[in-house]
Design a protein around this ligand. Structure first.
Ligand code: ES4
Ligand code: ZN
Length: 326
């Protein structure tokens, strides 16, 4: 159809993608073999079958377990290069990808190993795939603020290769204010700021309020619950705060109540864009995510073009690239 062709061809921008969430089952087993790591499953299909998840907490169990196969700089390079190759094939031209340094440093992999592998993949993607990528470092919110601060300090020698910081992992009981000092310091160091306010996580409306007023975020990952609060919704519109929503990953928590949320955000005038979160787990890269939104609530080509353009508007583009994409 015209819509399918438009989705395939329009230049796209990915802003909400956890690089560890692109670790496909086949690569899990290849890296396990390469690193001599014993997996509790015989093959990718069994792994998938034996690790069902129904909410954020149960998803995160398998997510952290599988990424233990990432050990060497080359592993991180291979992970990111596999993603960039898939993304470029979908006409993704610009990507700001999340990585979780503490998911690796907490099990003995050095910060520098992670960043050097990812950075080399970024350099090669710019050269060979016509895909410009940047890195966003996320703190794991279920770890302490002190550990986040130490991670921030560890990042400083690599700051030329990290565009901003985010906050992810288990939201329950881990509000933005827990990291107020960390984000203030990150801002002072020149990083741009985003954080997850996940769909329907306990306290998420308070978390959006804190992200805006206390943290002073530049954008919000998910943030869909602003639809439940007219004051918050108006403020997000007024301040031009971008929301990076993920229709496929969020469908599994909220079910049908989620459907149509992207369209409602668009209609409300929110700077909303559509992204894939953890495509190896939720079965859909950015083109499939746009298709999912269209499947939930039919969109016009113009509305799909707006979603694609909103992503570039929300992106932290350097001036030269801004001129190229907008
Ligand atoms: C995540 Cl879906 C989701 N939510 C919070 N943290 C995450 N890290 C990776 N995927
Ligand atoms: Zn996410």
């Amino acid at each position: 159809t015209d819509v399918a062709r438009f989705i395939a061809e329009v230049p796209k921008c990915e802003l909400h993608l956890h690089i560890e969430g692109t670790l496909e089952g086949e690569l899990v087993f290849e890296l396990a073999r390469r690193n001599g790591i014993e997996m509790p499953y015989a093959h990718a299909e069994e792994m998938r079958r034996e690790s069902p998840f129904h909410d954020l907490t149960s998803f995160l169990v398998g997510y952290y377990r599988n990424m233990q196969v990432l050990v060497t700089e080359q592993d991180f390079y291979d992970l990111a290069t596999a993603y960039f190759t898939r993304a470029a094939a979908q006409n993704v031209r610009y990507a700001e990808i999340f990585f979780d340094p503490q998911a690796h440093t907490s099990r003995g992999v050095e910060f520098g190993t992670v960043v050097r592998g990812l950075r080399r993949a970024v350099v090669d993607a710019r050269r060979t795939l016509d895909l410009h990528a940047e890195l966003i470092m996320c703190f794991l919110r279920d770890f302490s603020a002190e550990y986040a601060m130490a991670t921030l300090m560890e990042s400083l020698p690599h700051r030329d290769w990290i565009i901003g910081v985010g906050l992810d992992s288990d939201e329950r009981g881990n509000p933005p204010v827990k990291f107020e000092k960390v984000f203030a310091r990150a801002r002072a160091e020149g990083y741009l700021l985003t954080m997850h306010c996940d769909l329907d996580q306990p306290g998420t409306l308070d978390h959006i309020r804190q992200a805006l007023d206390v943290i002073g975020v530049d954008r919000i990952d998910h943030g869909v619950n602003v639809l439940d609060d007219p004051t918050l919704l108006a403020e997000v519109v007024e301040r031009g705060i971008g929301l990076t929503v993920c229709p496929i990953s969020n469908g599994f928590v909220r079910g049908s109540a989620w459907e149509g949320a992207t369209k409602r955000l668009l209609d409300a005038g929110v700077l909303v864009s559509v992204h894939s979160d953890d495509p190896a787990y939720f079965d859909g890269y950015v083109a499939e995510c746009l298709a999912r939104v269209h499947q939930e609530t039919p969109l016009t080509i113009e509305e799909i073009a707006t979603l694609a353009r909103n992503a570039f508007e929300t992106a932290w583009l350097p001036a030269t690239l801004r001129a190229r994409f907008l």
